[in-house]
Design a protein around this ligand. Structure first.
Ligand SMILES: C[S@@+](CC[C@H](N)C(=O)[O-])C[C@H]1O[C@@H](n2cnc3c(N)ncnc32)[C@H](O)[C@@H]1O
Length: 221
């Protein structure tokens, strides 16, 4: 199997050793293959709604020789999971945050003890959603790959409270004084400041409020 990208490696690193993990929207199935090869998980389910992606996953699993341990399934979200799978962990990566929340809403997650989520957008909404279903964020990481910023959230059962700022930027990232969050804020501030002279009054006020929030958090990092 080819080497995992930094993003996929970070996702795999955040999965706790367990009996069964499910990778929803797996595409290539690199994460379940890696986790089984490393014996970090005993078995895995690689699910995807696209026929082409499920076929790609099936071929990669075949090449890895892990057919006995990885079940590739074609279907939407976590509806592909069966009770007897006894999945402990769900990974959903590389899709929009709202789609991720919909996927988790439309299925049974009773037996799941860990969620590893890498939303491409709507990250504050995902943090809110995770709390709304009785999980707490136990770790969060950021990385920059090919000039794109990525957040990876690991959530386990439990409760906790966040302020609005913590939902927007990530409580753990702020408390860790995360270097990538700092780089992202510096980048966003530059873009917003360049935009200010070019926008109408309403947009200007929004951007100024955003800049204030960004600079306040940047001051803590
Ligand atoms: C950009 S790829 C991400 C692949 C991989 N998870 C990663 O992070 O590299 C998104 C994948 O999610 C799949 N997908 C989108 N909606 C889905 C759904 N409702 N259920 C299962 N898979 C879905 C797509 O078919 C696609 O293969």
């Amino acid at each position: 199997m080819q080497k995992l990208s930094e993003r996929l490696m970070c996702i795999a690193d955040m999965v706790k050793p367990c009996g069964c993990m499910a990778d929803i929207g797996t595409d290539h199935a690199y994460v379940p293959i890696y986790l089984c090869m490393e014996n970090k998980v005993k078995t895995a389910i690689a699910g995807d709604v696209s026929k082409g992606s499920a076929e790609k996953a099936r071929q990669n699993v075949e090449l890895s020789g892990l057919n006995e341990r990885i079940s590739v399934r074609l279907g939407s979200g976590i509806t592909i999971l069966k009770k007897e799978d006894k999945a402990d962990c769900i990974v959903i990566a590389g899709m929009g945050g709202m789609l991720m929340c919909d996927i988790l809403k439309n299925g049974d997650i009773t037996g799941i003890s860990q969620l590893v989520l890498q939303p491409q957008k709507d990250i504050p909404e995902v943090r809110h959603f995770v709390h709304s279903i009785g999980f707490k964020i136990e770790d969060e990481k950021m990385l920059c790959e090919d000039n794109k910023f990525y957040n990876i959230i690991s959530a386990v059962r439990g409760g906790e409270e966040y302020t609005d700022t913590e939902y927007e930027f990530g409580k753990i990232l702020i408390s860790k004084k995360d270097k990538t969050l700092k780089a992202q804020l510096e980048h966003e501030i530059k873009i917003s400041e360049a935009l200010l002279p070019k926008v109408n009054e309403k947009r200007k006020q929004e951007l100024e409020a955003q800049l204030l929030r960004y600079k306040e958090v940047l001051g803590c990092l």
